[in-house]
Design a protein around this ligand. Structure first.
Ligand code: FMN
Length: 286
């Protein structure tokens, strides 16, 4: 099981020593044009998780390729580039200019809750990117979709090599005067509150596709990571936990070994998909 960061949750150039503890570094989502992102405040705490409305702030494709990616590839860690956009062509054009000596894989962000523009369908985007690059393509999906397993099947048929599950869920938090804490109003909820939702999404998408899955959503410990393996994840990504604990990659790796011992499994691979999804449990007679 590899340990990655979740896109947008680690600045590898500002904290290279944290990035080097990872098995691969996933960039912040890159869009064709630069984006300022949403107005501040863009981050808020809630009782059960963190709310953000960063709005895909990023330097845009050209500056990312000219300035950021060459420096990231010096880190000595495989780089996964998170690609975003609003049309299939936006995504495919970025995939087409990524070189395999700089990028190890592409994660297609098909699921950002902080942008209003409608994107083309997930399968259409994956198909266009498949034609544009031979790099491994991971489709990052949202558990807000009522039929996430259907979307997973569709992106698998369109040529995705893996899935990244899940992105944040759209949510609102209010202050004492009943105004939204975020300037944008709503934002993406992340952290421990997401874990049960993410485990379910991983489980049903694993059943639906059998594709390799990077599981994420509220992972804080090695025990959490092992639960993702039990639901079908091959790898995991650490997101919100990195803001509070930059030492989380090494800690989670050490805890994972102990969690395997406690669970009586040799390795996370040994535990893979041992927990059946509720949909496949035999129905208990009433
Ligand atoms: C501040 C912040 C910024 C994020 N930016 C991105 C992003 O640019 N692209 C993306 O695909 N996901 C982004 N995410 C979502 C995370 O990658 C991850 O899917 C989500 O936070 C769930 O994991 P966690 O609960 O461990 O944080 C962001 C999350 C946070 C908290």
């Amino acid at each position: 099981m590899r340990i990655l960061n979740a896109s947008g949750c680690l600045d590898a150039l500002a904290a290279p020593e944290v990035a080097r503890e990872l098995d691969a570094f996933v960039t912040k989502t890159v869009t064709p044009l630069p984006r300022e992102g949403s107005a501040p405040p863009r981050i808020a705490e809630t009782a059960h998780g963190m709310l953000n409305a960063i709005g895909l702030a990023n330097p845009g494709r050209d500056r990312f390729l000219a300035e950021h990616l060459p420096r990231l590839s010096q880190l000595g860690v495989p780089i996964w580039v998170s690609v975003g956009g609003f049309t299939a062509a936006d995504y495919a054009e970025t995939c087409a200019v990524l070189r395999s000596d700089e990028a190890a894989a592409v994660e297609l962000n098909l699921s950002c809750p902080n942008v209003d523009e409608a994107a083309d369908s997930a399968a259409e985007i994956v198909a266009a990117c498949r034609r544009a690059t031979e790099l491994p393509l991971y489709a990052k999906l949202s558990a807000a979709h009522p039929e996430i397993a259907e979307v997973a099947r569709a992106v698998a048929a369109a040529g995705a090599d893996g899935l990244s599950l899940i992105n944040t869920l759209r949510a609102v938090a209010l202050d004492s005067r009943l105004r939204p804490l975020l300037a944008r109003g709503s934002g993406g909820l992340s952290g421990p509150v997401l874990k049960p939702v993410a485990l379910h999404a991983v489980s049903i998408c694993h059943e639906a596709t059998g594709l390799p899955i990077v599981g994420m959503g509220g992972i804080q410990s090695g025990g959490d990571a092992l639960e993702f393996a039990a639901c079908g994840a091959s790898d995991v990504a650490l997101g919100t936990v990195l803001f509070a604990d930059p030492g989380a990659p090494a800690r989670v790796r050490a805890e994972l070994a102990a969690a395997c011992e406690d669970a009586g499994v040799v390795s996370p691979d040994d535990a893979r998909a041992s927990a059946k999804s509720p949909e496949t449990q035999p129905k208990v007679p009433a």
